[in-house]
Write a new protein. Structure first.
Lengths: 146, 124
């Protein structure tokens, strides 16, 4: 089987698909039980981007840790939803996770969740804008330059 | 020889993920087996089940070969269990770990703390 082929002889997904970049948006309740569906979506988005298996598994952990960091920040008076935005390209996925947060809330950068997230994505970006905190994770297919 | 096996907790999460914690006594040693995802949604349940199973025991063996996903909260739960046993003069050891568990222990530099050797093997 050649590199990038999901099915022997069918050819790489990037040769068959009819799109260059796609965006998927998912909104789930900001509760621990709904982090698992985000992990599943991460696996699907990563597969569409033709990421390697190790990349996919690490990206799932990164998304999980990002959600773990964001959930404690959620403003109970707000919509209490966690929004995930997956931007999928050929060999690259960028995932933005965002919540409406308590005013002035920031991501805890001292705990194990941050240690794992920053180890999995050294370029992880945290953005605080008005009442919203967003974590942006990017993974490029192993062996492909950014 | 396995004398007793009891699955005391089965949870069906929103994503149809089964999480199970079972305990058994193997050659006089307490073994707790975990199947499923050890994450933010399941660690409280994991800790409660392990605490119930351990009781006043000093030593515990964990079989984590059935853990399909683990994150930092799962790791934190393992550290809590380990510290509790060490404080009473006991120890936590692994019967086996899955690749998902090994990945997190290696990533965080905690593999050696838990006696994990390369390729998922554990110290005897």
């Amino acid at each position: 089987m050649n590199e990038g082929e999901l099915v022997p002889g069918v050819g790489p997904l990037s040769d068959r698909r009819e799109w260059d970049v796609a965006t998927i948006k998912i909104e789930v309740p900001a509760l621990p039980d709904f982090v698992a569906p985000l992990r599943s979506a991460t696996r699907s988005a990563s597969a569409l981007a033709d990421l390697a298996v190790d990349d996919i598994e690490e990206l799932q952990i990164a998304v999980d840790e990002a959600a773990t960091l964001l959930l404690p920040l959620v403003d109970p008076r707000g919509p209490r939803m966690l929004e995930a935005r997956f931007q999928i390209g050929d060999g690259e996925v960028q995932i933005s996770l965002a919540v409406y947060a308590v005013a002035g809330a920031d991501v805890d950068r001292t705990g194990m969740a941050w240690i794992m997230l920053s180890a999995l994505d050294p370029s992880v970006d945290v953005r605080s804008e008005s009442d919203c905190v967003t974590i942006v994770i990017t993974r490029v297919r192993s062996g492909r330059s950014q | 020889v396995t004398l007793l096996v009891s699955f005391t907790s089965i949870r069906l999460a929103a994503t149809v993920t089964v999480f199970q914690v079972g305990s058994s006594t193997h050659s006089g040693e307490l073994v707790v087996s975990v199947v499923g995802e050890l994450d933010l949604a399941s660690t409280d349940e994991f800790l409660a089940e392990v605490n119930d199973a351990v009781g006043d025991e000093q030593n515990l063996k964990l079989d984590l070969s059935g853990v399909t996903f683990m994150d930092s909260t799962g790791l934190g739960a393992l550290i809590k269990v380990r510290n509790r046993l060490v404080d009473r003069g006991g120890a936590l050891s692994f019967v086996a770990v899955s690749a998902a568990v090994e990945r997190v222990l290696t990533l965080t530099g905690m593999a050696e703390t838990f006696g994990l050797e390369p390729e998922g093997q554990v110290d005897a």
